[in-house]
Write a protein that binds this ligand. Sequence first.
Ligand code: NAD
Length: 498
Amino acid sequence: MITVGHFINGQMTNEGERTQDVYNPSTGEVSKQVALASKTTVEQAISAAQAAFPAWRNTPPIKRARVMFKFKDLLEKNAEKIIALIGEEHGKITHDAAGELQRGIENVEYACGAPELLKGEHSKNVAQNVDSWSEFQPLGVVAGITPFNFPAMVPLWMYPMAIVCGNCFILKPSERDPSSTLLIASLLKEAGLPDGVMNVVNGDKEAVDTLLNDERIKAVSFVGSTPIAEYIYTTASANGKRCQALGGAKNHAIVMPDADMDNAVAQLLGAAFGSSGERCMALSVAVAVGDTAADLLVSKMQEAMKSLKIGPCHDADNDFGPVITKQHQHKVFGFIDSAEQQGANIVVDGRNPSISGYEDGFYVGGTLIDDVTPEMDSYKAEIFGPVLQVVRVDTMQAAMDLINDHEYGNGTCIFTRDGEAARYFSDNIQVGMVGINIPLPVPVAYHSFGGWKRSLFGDLHAYGPDAVRFYTKRKTITQRWPSAGVREGALFSMPTMS
Ligand code: NAD
């Protein structure tokens, strides 16, 4: 059986210490093993990155960007292979995996603009014959720790920008679907990236803790669940590292009485069930304003869900595939059970999916739950499965209060035809990414991505302009070249322009 190893100093290695099973969620079979890096292996990667840093730091940004141009080309040429690997280990349907990869490639395109992004700021004559400028210098060796649900895209949020800013990178991807991430990183070598600038270590907590505790790591980007995000942020910050840690979510859509209901149902269907609900931007709660809107929404949604196609990743006719593991499948079933026990109404029940020929796969059928209330466990927690819950409220303000009171603040959306209501909503909602008749408002690569409240620990969002700030430190230089023979006397007061 194949063991997925590491990519360190330009070489694929496989230390062969501890390993863990990697599943094909569509069939339920173990397909590979993944090596779990020891402290020593992670330290080797950090040493390789540290050794590569001086030369990479001094490589002109245009040359760093040229590597990214070639990398983009290689990603496109290898797209079919990458998409197949995502499907095999994550279970994502081919068209969804292609969308993930494309979104990742757009981050590489943004990184190609490095010379422009790193231009800095300049002021001539801040005082007589004195010029001042700010420049953005790389931090050194930085690390990324990523989740299973976007094995290609989320790492691509991080290392293209970190690398074009002049840093060297250690990526610790999810151990549950490691192969596409490893293949993609190895393409950087083919694109001309010097050995040691980019390294991938597969592993678990031992690898993560080594990165968090090694003083050579200057910054950590994390994406994953909120409890781990909080741990990463607290530990990295206590160890003096810059850290951004993006966590979990519970994304609500408000459905107003004036919404185009057919459109709202179609948008919600894709955003709640696409990728089996395993997206941090999945819309998992519909808040219907008024019983008339709620009844219409539930009946139309119930009807629309009859056409949902669920099955293995390679069948492009399917709308979504399995969830990541058997354990996670049972966790999602458990949330549906608890909603039922706590008084909600299971309108469409996905607890007994029957996928002919794939009986051992980790499937959960699309589930619709009505009459959910904020006290229920299924409402409070992030389910991360194909489950849409409907909460009924009387007013738009009550819907907004519900969203603002939730611990998470990643994404949200309003379906309405009323511009004034939409504007009030986007102005006042306590959530980082807002859609108006847009169900998945994932910012494009030249904006930045991040939630509020317990969906993000740290100040700067992921990718886009915030990534330039996160992966660099500002240095401000003030300069005077005195004319020959001109000498300034000692100045004991604070220098001013007066
Ligand atoms: P996870 O938190 O279990 O794992 C994320 C990473 O942390 C993995 O690399 C994993 O190996 C590592 N990890 C896990 N337990 C650890 C521990 N005890 N100590 C140190 N490291 C540990 O998340 P997941 O299940 O892979 O991904 C799903 C979660 O990610 C969901 O909560 C989802 O909302 C979130 N997510 C958030 C965003 C965002 O942008 N906010 C994007 C994608 C996913």
